[in-house]
Design a protein around this ligand. Sequence first.
Ligand SMILES: Nc1ncnc2c1ncn2[C@@H]1O[C@H](COP(=O)(O)OP(=O)(O)OP(=O)(O)O)[C@@H](O)[C@H]1O
Ligand SMILES: O=P(O)(O)OC[C@H]1O[C@H](OP(=O)(O)OP(=O)(O)O)[C@H](O)[C@@H]1O
Ligand SMILES: O=C(O)c1cccnc1
Ligand SMILES: [Mg+2]
Length: 559
Amino acid sequence: MDQQVKANGNYSGRVVEGPTNPMVTPLLTDLYQFTMAYAYWKANKHQERAVFDLYFRKNPFGGEYTVFAGLEECIRLIANFKFTEDEISFIRESLPGSCEDGFFDYLRGLDCSEVEVYSITEGTVVFPKVPLLRIEGPIAVVQLLETPLVNLINYASLVATNAARHRFVAGKSKILLEFGLRRAQGPDGGISASKYCYLGGFDATSNVAAGRLFGIPLRGTHSHAFVSSYMSPDEIIDKSLRSADGSSTCEDFVSLAQTWLSKIQWSSSLRGIFGETNQSELAAFTSYALAFPISFLALVDTYDVMRSGIPNFCAVALALNDLGYKAVGIRLDSGDLAYLSCEARKFFRAIEKEFDVPGFGRTSITASNDLNEETLDALNKQGHEVDAYGIGTYLVTCYAQAALGCVFKLVEINNQPRIKLSEDVSKVSIPCKKRSYRLYGREGYPLVDIMTGENEPSPKVGERILCRHPFNESKRAFVVPQQVEELLKCYWPGSSDNPREDLPPLKDIRDRCIKQLERMRPDHMRRLNPTPYKVSVSAKLYDFIHFLWLNEAPVGELQ
Ligand SMILES: Nc1ncnc2c1ncn2[C@@H]1O[C@H](COP(=O)(O)OP(=O)(O)OP(=O)(O)O)[C@@H](O)[C@H]1O
Ligand SMILES: O=P(O)(O)OC[C@H]1O[C@H](OP(=O)(O)OP(=O)(O)O)[C@H](O)[C@@H]1O
Ligand SMILES: O=C(O)c1cccnc1
Ligand SMILES: [Mg+2]
């Protein structure tokens, strides 16, 4: 590979940009990766060819599926992996003074041109133990990659899964808005949350930087501060509003809204629902409508939703309607969201009927305030009229589960398979450089993932294959796949006879994720007691794992 390739991540004329977050550098790793790299180098072992698998052991949130995310950022790091002189000086200062100069010369020349990355496609639904990434290369450099790769995959996949779970409960027809930036774990937590919640099925974010960086649709309403900043309608100086078609101008939109409020107050069907509304709130809504006549949406819970916010909103919306504008809707941010959304809907329908405004009954209702999977589920059970949810804290902090627990384990070195044993069987690693496949059944659902040794023949459509639980002897099944999908594809560096996969735009990854989730058998997806998806190994790999296990585990001696 030529020098230019090494310098800027360009391969075969295709440039891979650097990581989105400039904090992602070769130093974003744990100290022990450098101490091991030095010890490998000192022992002249650093060029030995190693294969590592990156995988997780358990699905998050008590579920039975995970959305794989974060791959693009891993490839961006790998494609541009190069130490600067400053970084090398810092590593020198951080390691014991006895470390030899030659090691720093070695770091100076280091890049990932000898590293190969095979990965599952980003946005795929994935399962425990199946490698998400298989990284092969000189052991010292692959070891340095462990921490950043696990870091880049862990939260991305966790929050994408959280988003997918919220989408599952909310239902396909609802608009899901990610509102988490202020509550996220720092700036990168916020940006990553916006990116990967979109990937997992959210429709838009309030995070402007994420909108710019990733092209995610931006959406938002306004806050209580805007409402409470107004004291009275007298504050509004420019009261004029041109009609939507530009043919006329209403000189006093404030009075028009007040007139509509009186009409609502005295209408026969709405009489008695409310008396005087809060006039400073009406002023705030009027002012907001003057600023955004084509996209007017009001936060209605600052004073009293049914006695003030909703009638005030309707008055301004009807005034806009006179000028040919259609108000977007309301946001509810407190109280019983099921009850209030139903009451608001009734009010909108009554207005539609009373004043003959077609479509007013369908005015959009957005709900927010500490929402999570459980509250969405409770709202569904109670019955509600919410069209859109704004979700922050519980979504982006992954409140229900702090981390996915991805690991990076050595499975082969110098063509010798390696295993890591543990008292806890779920922690025993699956050795060998492997391939993995997803086998689909007659009804089109994925049935099982199977891992095989690298050189085993691949499963074939229509051919019966034995799938074995990796560690439980009695669990096995024959499968006759109707479709076989190889999961690990080449993402770096690729060559003319083994081309590298493209890194698709975020929107395409999101579309893939949504399709993948829809293709799963419903019992794997349900929230309560979902059925585990089967993850298996070939008969040959099963035998080999257990041979290696017995070989590596010392035999105890009883006295
Ligand atoms: N119908 C409902 N069923 C179940 N949970 C609901 C329902 N309506 C609202 N919730 C949830 O109940 C909680 C209400 O919280 P809390 O009582 O702290 O808020 P509030 O008093 O309504 O508003 P504020 O944020 O202004 O204090 C929120 O988590 C909200 O999502
Ligand atoms: O509730 P979350 O899921 O985190 O969603 C975002 C929240 O952030 C905003 O208000 P903020 O919480 O700042 O103020 P509040 O106390 O009025 O809710 C918004 O009104 C939501 O309530
Ligand atoms: O636009 C909103 O309504 C919004 C944005 C962030 C947090 N809470 C609400
Ligand atoms: Mg809140």
